[in-house]
Design a protein around this ligand. Structure first.
Ligand SMILES: [Zn+2]
Length: 227
């Protein structure tokens, strides 16, 4: 890690500690309605407005896609700020929000996976940011099943948001690799946003090539055309 990234990591951590200390004097408030809250980013009422809890079966190389929240308004803004405005102190709140979004019904669907992993950010982008968004948001799994570094990016890809869906597939083709054998395993792969699904589908293909018998996606949010 470069000196710059080390300094920034300390700065980000201090930022989060200050936020927690600040909550003693200024309690945490729901990002939408400003009601006082103890955990997460939203109050229970507002959380319901963001909840999607949708399941799609059979999507390209994925057996299923499970989507937790709608990517819009304050949640869209928060994810954007974490990714592009370096507001790392929001990450722990989004992690709590993801955990709160995995309700009992959803949790029941997640019990029979051998491995839980996530879509890796490119090493360059990770070095710039100092963290990997999906790995941070879903770190609450934190069990023997949680293997956030299973997939590797073997080459860089262009940002996908400007590309047509057909070009997105081409852009990500062959960009992931799995170095270990996962023969016969069921894998749950997590990501922050589900849009066209091309990145997740490509990641699922790499997992299948390494022997996975079943690959399901769990996404923190989903874009409007998937609701
Ligand atoms: Zn609220």
């Amino acid at each position: 890690m470069s000196l710059f990234n080390k300094v920034r990591a300390v700065y980000n951590n201090v930022g989060y500690q200050c936020r927690l200390l600040g909550e003693i004097i200024y309690p945490r408030r729901c990002a939408v309605c400003q009601t006082e809250i103890d955990t997460g980013y939203f109050c229970e009422v507002c959380r319901k407005n963001f909840a999607l809890h949708k399941m799609v079966e059979g999507f390209d190389n994925l057996d299923k896609v499970l989507m937790i929240y709608k990517y819009h308004q304050n949640l869209q803004e928060a994810i954007h700020n974490v990714k592009f405005a370096e507001e790392k102190s929001l990450l722990p709140l989004l992690k709590e929000e993801a955990q709160l979004g995995v309700t009992d019904d959803l949790e029941k669907l997640l019990t029979d996976y051998d491995i839980i992993t996530c879509v890796p950010t490119s090493p360059e982008r990770k070095a710039e940011r100092g963290f990997d968004v999906p790995a941070e948001i879903f770190a609450f799994f934190n069990s023997e099943r949680w293997q956030p570094n299973l997939l590797k990016r073997v080459r860089n890809t262009l940002p996908l948001f400007d590309l047509e869906p057909s070009l997105r597939k081409q852009e990500v083709a062959g960009c992931f690799e799995v170095e270990q054998s996962i023969l016969g395993k069921s894998v749950l792969i997590c990501d922050d946003i589900f849009t066209t699904g091309s990145t997740l589908s490509e990641a699922a293909l790499a997992l299948r090539k390494a022997g996975a018998k079943r690959v399901t996606a769990l996404t923190f949010t989903a874009s409007k055309d998937n609701w």
